[in-house]
Design a protein around this ligand. Sequence first.
Ligand code: ZN
Length: 287
Amino acid sequence: METVEAQVVSNGKKRKKIPPRELRIKMYNDVHKLRKQGLSYTKIRKKIYRKYGVWIPLSTISRWLRGESSPYNGRRIPSLGLLKPSEDLANVIGVRLGDGYTSEKSHDYIIGLKAKDKEFVEDFGRRLGNVLGRKPIRPQKEAEKYVAEARSKTLYELLRKPVDLKRIKKYVEHCKKCTAAFLRGLFDSEGRVSKNGYITLYNTNYELLVYAQKLLRKRFGIESTGPWPHVQKGTTIYNPRTGKQYKAKNDCYYIYIRAESLPKFYRYIGFTVRRKQKRLEEYLRRY
Ligand SMILES: [Zn+2]
């Protein structure tokens, strides 16, 4: 979260006060305009004071101009009411219910995705950027994985855990395209395609799986079975990739897409993750 400690002069006494966001946005826009006209930081500061009666610290002007902070940060969409349904938003919601995360650290509200498939994280970063009216968020490499994250208090409020299915409904069910984008995000995260082409979707949230099944069936005529229990809480699991054992923190369930529905799944939903999409295509070519 951005902090502008502007010095507001009142009653001859200087006190630290953060001006309201609307005012900061106006000043921010003026700062950029004035800089374009070639004014120095000190001159910009004086002009802003004359117009708004607020002394902005030079460090803030410099951060704004270098793009390191902005009053838009975290609140470019000031409230949930202003968040518009779109395929991009529906997809971001789907990913969030899968591999994505939200976190809050000292008033920093973060939405992000960390995964090993670059194209998946790239797509998420582009969509997240679109939702927030920003440029695509480029994935950063972290060890064997890619990360894309952004700050937004509004999105954080919608997507923090536990995610309220009732609250996301209007975005997910906005239209057929939005529903497909939501399911794609979910399956890119938590879906598995076996070597012989069968698709399963795993999650610890039983209600979410039932909801996904309903959407698949009602909107696209895609039939699935389950939710079946996969791993019970407390079960020791061996991860062959890391060679480590761990205890399952929650019960886990899965649904299974019926083989005869796979062509429809491919046609309407599909995967962004290339290795999953490839396996599905190979299966469909064979049958
Ligand atoms: Zn829509």
